[in-house]
Design a binder for this molecule. Structure first.
Ligand code: PLP
Length: 491
């Protein structure tokens, strides 16, 4: 097989070009029945390629076989033993990795700031989490990764642990020492699963941190749609067969996946793999040069700071992804959220995320000189505007809260799965001490949970959450986002 091939995409195009009259789903019948506004905006071909598993026999080649060939090509390109195409994002990959690796009650080590899809994966698998606090970067006020020491301590203290799930790199592009984690874990016979949502490009350029597969992880899920060119929701799940059963992965994917996965998304993964295998290094070379130009220009604007190579060596940071442009605006007196609003309303620029002090911009293979110039120009304008007094007050509150001692990880009283499916009731926050929490309470910023499902609500955690409320920080995903009440296990 050659990386120039795109077997899955070709099979869809061949079916369309044959002009077969489709008496099968989807009901839009290659676009003819699609809502006119939608069709006129997105065009017809996208509907012609929009098939799913139900009409699979309509393709000349067995679609399972073409999908299998496309996935084999991806596994060669990414250096895995087996690669699955996913249509429900890295979320689906994380759920499948956890379900395929852990039996109910088995232990998994995780950083406390894992993505919420991981907490959902704990519920689905019935696994028992052992949370480890990540390190923090004091100047940027963001969580970084686990240090080799914290991995060592967690493994030494939990001899029965079966797996670790590591986020690598972080949303901000900071990469912990995954090589050391894998080495330590394998000495204990512990499986290493990687949430590599933000690393689908890593394997294709030597100036980027090595990918999880390059480092010998057992499994990794990558959001191709986040940083490569495929459609939203499309991800790769890479497996190294040594300690993971492919049969269990397939079973998990069947349990959680649709019986009608979008072939459009699968085809976009096939083409993305071909693009990266053939041109990835060259495209990323250009991307890295653009990002470097942006970084230098931003750092020349007084009051702004865009971290570069010097961040490597901070606690929990062994490497970084230079395509992530993290811009600290706190030095200007802006909060990240207010700066985000300013840039959107006044400059027509939308960042990927904002937090207390920072904005994150992604430079990908889709950027060019013009988008970099627009970004730098927008930030120059921002830096020239004094932040409103109210923004300065919010910033002071945020700094105060972020400087406070975070509460200890509370004791786990029930498995997350037991807590989430137990009868529940809301209780006022101030009366909740001693109850078992049934939801995730993760103030953003900094996005690190204070309490997770199954954990006892401690007095220290309530005190911290009350400070969060006073600072006006939001709790995304909480049942009562004003935090008047929290959802606890009944009885
Ligand atoms: C660290 C991390 N893991 C997992 C996910 C889930 O990825 P997806 O949106 O592809 O399901 C995200 C999404 O933002 C994420 O940031």
């Amino acid at each position: 097989m050659e990386q120039t091939e795109t077997p899955f995409f070709d099979a869809l195009v061949a079916y369309w070009h044959k002009g077969v009259v489709p008496y099968h789903t989807p009901g839009h019948k290659q676009g003819r029945g699609a809502p006119r506004r939608l069709r006129e905006t997105v065009g017809n071909p996208i509907f012609a390629l929009d098939l799913s598993e139900l009409e699979a026999p309509a393709l000349d080649d067995d679609p399972e076989e073409v999908l299998h060939r496309a996935q084999r090509l991806a596994s060669q390109a990414f250096g895995s033993d087996y690669t699955f195409f996913l249509t429900n994002g890295t979320t689906e990959g994380i759920h499948a990795m956890l379900m395929a690796t852990l039996h109910p009650g088995e232990q998994v080590i995780l950083a406390r700031n894992v993505h919420r899809s991981v907490v959902a994966g704990l519920v689905l698998s019935g696994a028992a989490p052992i949370y480890v606090e990540p390190s923090f970067h004091p100047q940027l006020a963001i969580p970084t990764g686990l240090t080799p020491e914290s991995v060592h301590n967690a493994l030494a203290a939990n001899p029965k642990v079966r797996a670790m799930l590591i986020t690598y790199p972080s949303y901000y592009g900071l990469a912990s020492d995954l090589g050391s984690t894998i080495h330590q874990a394998s000495e204990h016979g512990v499986v290493v699963l990687v949430d590599e949502a933000h690393g689908p490009h890593l394997h294709f350029h030597p100036a980027l941190p090595p990918s999880a597969m390059d480092l010998g992880a057992d499994a990794s899920a990558q959001s191709a749609h986040k940083l490569l060119g495929s459609f939203s929701g499309s991800s790769f799940l890479h497996i190294r067969e040594r300690r993971i059963s492919i049969r269990r992965v397939k079973t998990a994917l069947r349990l959680i996946g649709s019986t009608s996965p979008s072939f459009l998304l699968l085809a976009s993964l096939d083409c993305t793999r071909q693009q990266m295998a053939l041109e990835g290094e060259q495209l990323l070379e250009r991307t890295l040069a653009l990002a470097q130009r942006a970084r230098s220009a931003i750092n020349a604007i007084p009051g702004l700071y865009c971290p570069g190579q010097e961040i490597v060596g901070s606690d929990g940071v062994a490497a970084y992804d230079p395509t992530k442009i993290l811009v600290s605006v706190g030095g200007l007196g802006w909060t990240g959220a207010a700066a985000e609003r300013y840039l959107r309303r006044n400059c027509g620029l939308q960042c990927e995320l904002s937090d207390a002090l920072n904005l994150l911009f992604l430079i990908t293979i889709g950027d060019d000189d013009e988008t970099v110039d627009r970004l730098v120009e927008g930030l120059r304008r921002l830096a020239a505007v004094p932040p409103p007094a109210e923004v300065r007050r919010t910033l002071a509150n945020l700094r105060h809260l972020l400087g406070e001692q975070r509460p200890q990880v509370p004791p786990l009283r029930l498995l997350p799965r037991e807590a989430v499916f137990a009868p529940q009731r809301p209780v006022p926050l101030q009366n909740s001490v001693g109850e078992i929490c049934a939801e995730v309470l993760a103030p953003y910023p900094p996005g690190v949970p204070v309490i997770c499902p199954g954990e006892e609500i401690t007095a220290e955690a309530v005190e911290y959450l009350r400070a969060v409320k006073r600072a006006g920080i939001s709790i995304p995903g909480a049942e009562d986002h004003r935090l008047e009440t929290v959802k606890v296990v009944n009885g």
